[in-house]
Design a protein around this ligand. Structure first.
Ligand SMILES: [Zn+2]
Length: 342
């Protein structure tokens, strides 16, 4: 055991539960690595985000006060969950974390014991084309512009980074400069998370069926010209949010094959162009003469393809309440399908 080896006495100062949880997280990391989903796990720096997970046996929750194992006093915190009374909940897990900018958080998981209520049916479906110049273009013609948080704040990041690099290693000035840099990074991250949550929540609230393309995000990031813009946009996180929010709200999310030629197909007559360069923003269909906005046309095709997929899925079942619930559960995993090229 690492605890017994020399120089590791500090491991006795904390509860054994977060230590075991850290091993469990490491196990998950190796499982993901061997399954080919992730890279080899890295050692974690003391200066990065720190996190300790306490399961039920390692903390006590009394009248909205949190007592962690091996700590005598309750943790002082600010409650940020206005619609829930901290005195009546019964947490299952508490994760205490510290961001690199020095802010501490306690995240509490509770078991509500009830299924989330499905949202009322809207009768509206939508296809979503994710892009770089606009974050998303909807089949309705609406364009959601990219807020470009990193680009706008990159100058700040570079300046703080330079300032820190000039300070002597190990000095107090360097520590202060590092905290400022971490704060700037946090601002970018918070702004991006806020934008993604607002956008995904709105899409899920306003539509019964949401269709997106399966993007090869990792492959696209390898393209250096696009890497910054694509990482900045946060498509992977956006899709993750759509997946759990649609499942929670009883909506449907369909992910169509990334090789489906959504840009090159005419959404009015189905005519397929041989080529369409990335710089062409508008084009006229040689088959039916319709004038297309490149991204809106793609979003319309994505919607049509998603409807075709969901029509041959479980959607034909009658709308009984028990059947409905089981259908919702299945859809927690988004449907995948290949669309034949017309
Ligand atoms: Zn056409």
């Amino acid at each position: 055991m690492a605890r017994r080896s020399r120089g590791h006495d500090f491991l006795y100062e904390v509860s054994s539960v977060p230590l075991q949880q850290a091993l469990r997280h490491q196990h998950t990391a190796f499982v993901n690595f061997f399954a080919g989903r992730a890279r080899y796990p890295r050692f974690k720096s003391r200066h990065g985000r720190q996190c300790a997970t306490y399961t039920r046996s390692a903390f006590r929750w009394r009248d909205g006060r949190l007592f962690l194992a091996k700590m005598d006093d309750p943790i002082a915190f600010v409650w940020s969950w206005p619609e829930i009374d901290p005195a009546v909940i019964n947490p299952t897990t508490v994760a205490v974390s510290r961001d690199p900018d020095g802010r501490w958080y306690a995240s509490i998981a509770i078991d509500t014991g009830t299924e989330p209520e499905p949202l009322p049916v809207t009768g509206v479906d939508v296809g979503v084309d994710l892009g770089v110049s606009d974050f998303a273009v909807l089949s309705t013609g609406e364009k959601i512009p990219n807020p470009r948080h990193l680009e706008r704040k990159a100058r700040n990041l570079a300046r703080y980074q330079r300032r820190m690099a000039r300070k002597q290693r190990g000095s107090n000035n360097r520590a202060r400069a590092r905290a400022k840099l971490a704060r700037a990074h946090t601002k970018v991250r918070d702004a991006r998370a806020d934008f993604l949550h607002r956008t995904s929540t709105r899409l899920v609230r306003d539509h019964d069926l949401i269709v997106i393309e399966d993007l090869n995000v990792k492959g696209m990031i390898r393209n250096r010209c696009l890497a910054r813009a694509i990482s900045d946009a946060g498509w992977g996180e956006f899709r993750r949010q759509l997946e759990y929010k649609t499942a929670r709200a009883g909506r449907r999310l369909v992910v169509i094959d990334r090789w489906y030629p959504s840009s090159k197909t005419c959404s009015a007559c189905g005519h397929l162009l041989a080529t369409l360069s990335l710089s062409t923003r508008h084009w006229t269909c040689p088959g039916c003469g319709t004038r297309h906005d490149r991204d809106v046309n793609a979003a319309k095709n994505i919607l049509a393809a998603g409807r075709a997929v969901s029509a041959c899925g479980a959607d034909v079942s009658p709308q009984g309440s028990s059947l409905r619930r089981s259908a919702v559960k299945q859809e927690a995993q988004p449907a995948r399908a290949g669309i034949p090229v017309p």
